[in-house]
Design a binder for this molecule. Structure first.
Ligand code: ADP
Length: 455
């Protein structure tokens, strides 16, 4: 209990006793006590009224009303609180100003938008890169200012992990990469970075690889052709035949790499429209490839097929052939004799294991096409999984080279999956085996008529 409270009680009791004694002496103890209580309450109310009007006037220290006891404590504590909150407010103001300065000087265009895509704030770089002025455009919808259809699709998707590359609205020479970062209460921060240099380098690298691949194709075909002719010569000595066989194998391998590089380049430069392509009978394609592979494989495998013969996929036949071929060849290459290789082609919602794959998390709706190739072969350590679909990435280079691997197969599978609106997922346990899954969106799958199925 504060001292002032005790003091106030002491004064009250002493006052009451004195007034009571005086009242008793005068012969009207109760009336005088009542009158003094009314005077005391009036005095208290007057003091409270002064404090309230002082607070209404801003509560400055110098204009604080003269008070005593408990009221003095109230004035003092109120003043302390006010001083503290003023200092806090100043501190927040300074921090906010510093943050605003920093954010406005960020080299990336930064725009704060609300859940209706209305602009709330933009930094200096947004003016230069996006032609968005914080003061002028605050309150406008960003999709009214940047009207590119890809940008609108990006905004609608509202995927915080997604990134799109677009030309700058006012300068076609500039390329920008957009990302959207959610920042709570429906607000998000849109960041656009100048990636012109990165894209130019990527294009230069791509052009270089394309040119080299094209240039190598003809000499390699010539080398390969002549070696085949020379190898047919019955008079060839054993040592010459041995050398020529090596040349033949290596040129064959190089041609294989060049073909795959050219295929990748074609995939990158020809996007597929969402509903483009022919209706591919996937079951037939899978069964034919399995038959071919079982005939040519050095070791026998236990093939398990769970394919829906009625389910077809709208896409590019050669591309889809490549997907299945690469996945099946890998399953054969990276698993030993007698290994069980399971191929599934089903409509996703009808396949029992979909729940384990986190359908929603992967961003592909249910009821799409589900292709999976699993083996109980050597498996892959978890640390390699995110990089497997990069060009030339191989877990064990020596083994991959021995088995004729190029390190391009999974990159091709990933690109083809993406071109068809799908997704490649890889799951593996070292020593136990791997599952490669390609999920296609519902709009790409169709059911074949009975006549079309009976092939
Ligand atoms: P490669 O031509 O070398 O097989 P891929 O791009 O098809 O190239 O595969 C990349 C790497 O992924 C391979 O080198 C191999 O290490 C690993 N890999 C692919 N499929 C499997 C599989 N079924 N089992 C184990 N490892 C695999």
């Amino acid at each position: 209990m504060p001292d002032s409270w005790r003091e106030e009680i002491w004064w009250l009791i002493t006052g009451a006793l004195l007034v009571g004694a005086a009242g008793w002496l005068l012969g009207y103890p109760l009336q005088i006590l009542l009158l003094s209580a009314v005077v005391y309450i009036a005095w208290l109310l007057a003091r409270i009224a002064k404090i309230v009007s002082w607070l209404e006037d801003g509560g400055a220290k110098r204009s604080a009303p003269p008070t005593v006891g408990l009221m003095d404590d109230i004035v003092r504590l109120t003043h302390r609180e006010k001083t503290y909150s003023r200092k806090q407010k100043n501190r927040y103001k300074r921090t906010l100003a510093q943050f605003n300065n920093l954010a406005s000087e960020l080299p990336d265009a930064t725009v704060v938008i609300d859940k209706n895509n209305v602009i709330r704030w933009a930094n200096v770089a947004a003016r230069k890169l996006l032609d968005i002025h914080s003061e002028r455009d605050r309150g406008n919808r960003i999709d009214n200012l940047i009207r590119d259809p890809d940008f609108l699709a990006f905004l609608q998707a509202n995927d915080s992990g997604a990134e799109i590359e677009l030309t700058a609205p006012k300068d076609p020479k500039l390329m920008l990469a957009f990302r959207r970062v959610p920042s709570g209460r429906g607000m998000s921060v849109l960041v656009a970075r100048d990636v012109t240099q990165r894209i130019r380098l990527r294009e230069m690298r791509k052009d270089f690889v394309d040119d080299v691949s094209h240039e190598l194709r003809t000499p390699l075909t010539v080398i390969h052709g002549y070696t085949e002719i020379l190898l047919d010569d019955p008079t060839l000595s054993a040592s010459h035949k041995n050398s020529l066989t090596k040349i033949d194998e290596q040129s064959d391998r190089m041609m294989h790499i060049v073909e795959k590089l050219l295929q990748l380049s074609r995939l990158e430069s020809n996007p597929l429209d969402p509903n483009d392509g022919e209706l591919v009978n996937m079951s037939e394609l899978i069964q034919n490839l399995v038959t071919d592979l079982s005939k040519t494989a050095i070791q026998p495998h236990d093939w398990q097929l769970h394919v829906d013969e009625t389910l077809a996929l709208r896409g590019h036949y050669d591309d889809l052939y490549s997907v299945v071929q690469n996945l099946l060849q890998n399953a054969v290459k990276y698993s030993g004799e007698g290994a069980v290789i399971t191929v599934v082609w089903q409509q996703e919602s009808l396949f029992d294991d979909t729940a384990n794959l986190g359908a929603g998390a992967a961003g592909v709706e249910l009821a799409g096409g589900y292709l999976s190739v699993s083996d109980n072969g050597i498996g892959i350590e978890a640390r390699h999984l995110p990089r497997l679909s990069e060009r030339f990435y191989r877990v064990d280079r020596a083994r991959a080279r021995e088995s004729g691997g190029t390190g391009l197969g999974l990159a091709i599978v990933k690109h083809i999956a993406q071109r068809h609106g799908g997704l490649l997922l890889i799951d593996s346990v070292p020593g136990e085996g791997s599952v490669f899954t390609v999920r296609f969106p519902p709009q790409r799958v169709e059911f074949l008529s009975k006549e079309a199925v009976s092939f």
